[in-house]
Design a binder for this molecule. Structure first.
Ligand code: ADP
Length: 541
């Protein structure tokens, strides 16, 4: 027997419709690439999104067309998210920090029909346009006065394009399983792979992300996504914020500590999210300028392991809770967020901190398991590490343009190594390819990095397993010193005493001015390995 309830499809356009009807006067504030701050409301964003929808249809966009964006977090990008997915086309966010050859490879793989870009990427666009034959229109996301002077066929001005369009548009009642957006993994091994989200997966992800034990967002929040809209849809925040009616603040390309601080204060931001390097920048700015954040209540840190020292500094010096989260492109991206249960509220500071530095537990909609090499589930004892598998409502089933399934018995292998405790709290110890295998034992590179970064003179650290004649691999620690600080190899090694087993202590420490990062702001171990290809272990004494 079928239930007799309305069968309303879970579609992305319903979020903005809701935001206009129930939070119509709530603001969206953007730092624009043209310079000034732009502000308007959900009601206006919805109207312009409908104008953009009418315009895209006239340019020939159709159900399933891939329409790319190469843009920062700003209001036009937000409008396009909804206009493109709303008409049944696919919002393909491309990471502009990739090399031009990677950008054109991705555009060609997706066969994008239209590409919308911020004018800060005009030079990149001019260089890739001849390599991207599928793109019929290049839309500069600006007004007539700021149009770039570049030679690209069918260059269109976004503001001119939508100006004459009607604000009336009825969003089609799409199949909720149809594709809404596309995002490529960074492709640290091989070519990037496309993850094609559906309307249903996006909506369920947004609903669950808002829950109190996930991002805990409401109509009283002011949300500033530092994580770019080209990095897994800014972790879903352009959907979750309007869904709950939170004010949105878009930082544009201003992701340095000082610019973020200014926006946090001027707009009364309560919640923000980004990768650890962003928060290191904010912390540095606060310390150097002696400023305090007066409205920020909590921040989500994910995308890479959050150094415990960073978490501690924000808590002790500024009274701000950093919540650790884990996810990946294939998970839309939310896998876990760290929030305590009521039984944890009475823990002493030390025990509570041990819990807080873990990556957290899954919201409803995600299931995790940790298995050994033979696929047997390992005990949830907070100790035993193995391969992390995931399944759930917003987890990938198949990569875009690929026939074979990445799943193993219905579970997605994440490539991460982790343990889980009896309450479900996950602790990531490594990417499987970054685990350091020394004398038959596994050493966690994340643990070594966290210890190094708890040293007062260390700004950033990366641990790599390099081959070793006797032990198979040994850990090498690469360190960036804090400006004006001096610390020796011996002092760093001494800092490990008593914190890890003796065999885990790095074999050697080297100092560099800078550690390379990927296009999504994580330490690039692939590049670091290449840079260190001539490195040799010190001769035994
Ligand atoms: P990639 O960097 O591979 O393109 P993602 O941005 O999707 O893709 O990153 C996913 C990976 O980032 C995870 O599989 C995991 O290794 C790492 N990661 C994400 N969040 C965390 C975290 N909080 N702690 C440790 N690692 C994390």
């Amino acid at each position: 027997m079928q239930g007799k309830m309305m069968n309303q499809p879970l579609i992305v356009s319903s979020i903005l419709e809701h935001a206009e009807r129930y939070h119509g006067d709530t603001e969206i504030v953007s730092q624009t690439v043209e310079g000034p701050i732009h502000r308007y409301t959900y009601a206006e964003a919805h109207k312009r999104s409908k104008q953009a929808a009418n315009a895209l249809l006239k340019l020939g966009a159709d159900t399933g067309s891939r329409i790319a964006t190469l843009a920062w977090n700003n209001f036009r990008h937000f409008e396009l998210y909804y206009a493109i997915s709303g008409i049944g086309a696919i919002t393909h966010t491309v990471n502009p920090r990739l090399f031009p050859e990677q950008v054109s490879w991705i555009v060609n793989d997706a066969e994008d029909q239209i590409l919308c870009f911020d004018t800060s990427f005009s030079t990149l666009i001019e260089s890739i346009a001849p390599q991207c034959p599928s793109v019929k229109y290049w839309i500069a996301m600006t007004n007539r006065d700021h149009m770039p002077d570049i030679r690209v066929p069918n260059l269109v001005c976004y503001e001119d394009l939508i100006a004459s369009e009607s604000e009336e548009f009825t969003w089609p009642r799409l199949d909720e399983n149809s594709a809404s957006s596309l995002c490529y993994t960074s492709g640290t091994t091989g070519n990037p792979k496309g993850v094609l989200y559906s309307h249903r997966s996006t909506l369920l992800h947004a609903l669950s992300s808002a829950l109190p034990d996930a991002m805990n967002l409401s109509g009283r929040d002011v949300v500033l996504p530092v994580v770019p809209m080209f990095h897994v849809n800014a972790w879903g925040l352009p959907y979750t914020a309007p869904l709950v009616g939170a004010k949105l603040v878009f930082p544009g390309d201003g992701m340095d500590g000082e610019s973020l601080y200014q926006l946090f204060e001027s707009e009364g931001v309560t919640f923000s999210a980004g990768v650890p390097t962003v928060w290191l920048g904010v912390l540095q700015h606060l310390r150097n300028s002696g400023s305090k954040l007066s409205t920020v209540e909590r921040m989500i840190v994910g995308g890479a392991a959050c150094p415990p020292a960073l978490m501690q500094s924000f808590r002790d010096e500024y009274g701000i809770t950093i919540q650790h989260a884990w996810g990946m492109t294939e998970l839309s991206p939310l896998g876990t967020v760290n929030t305590p249960k009521s039984k944890h509220l009475g823990l002493d500071d030390e025990e509570r901190f041990k819990l807080d530095i873990k990556q957290g537990r899954p919201p409803f909609g995600i299931d995790l398991k940790i298995v050994d090499d033979n696929g047997n589930e390992l005990p949830r004892d907070g100790q035993t590490s193995g391969d992390l598998l995931v399944r759930g409502y917003w987890v990938i089933d198949q990569y875009y343009n690929k026939d074979d399934s990445p799943l193993v018995d219905g579970w997605f292998p994440t490539g991460d190594v982790a343990n889980q405790d009896k309450d479900g709290y996950l602790q990531i110890t490594d990417r499987s390819k970054d685990v350091i295998k020394s004398g038959g034992e596994w050493i966690s590179s994340i643990e070594l990095e966290n210890i190094a970064m708890s040293h007062a003179a260390v700004s950033e650290a990366a641990a790599l397993g390099l081959s070793h004649d006797k032990w198979d691999e040994r850990p090498l620690l690469v360190v960036v010193r804090k400006a004006g600080q001096d610390v020796s190899r011996e002092e760093i090694l001494a800092h490990y005493q008593g914190k890890v087993a003796k065999f885990c202590i790095p074999e050697d420490v080297i100092f560099v001015d800078e550690i390379p990062h990927t296009a999504t702001g994580k330490v690039s171990k692939v590049t670091l390995r290449k840079q260190l290809s001539d490195y040799r272990w010190p001769a035994p004494k």
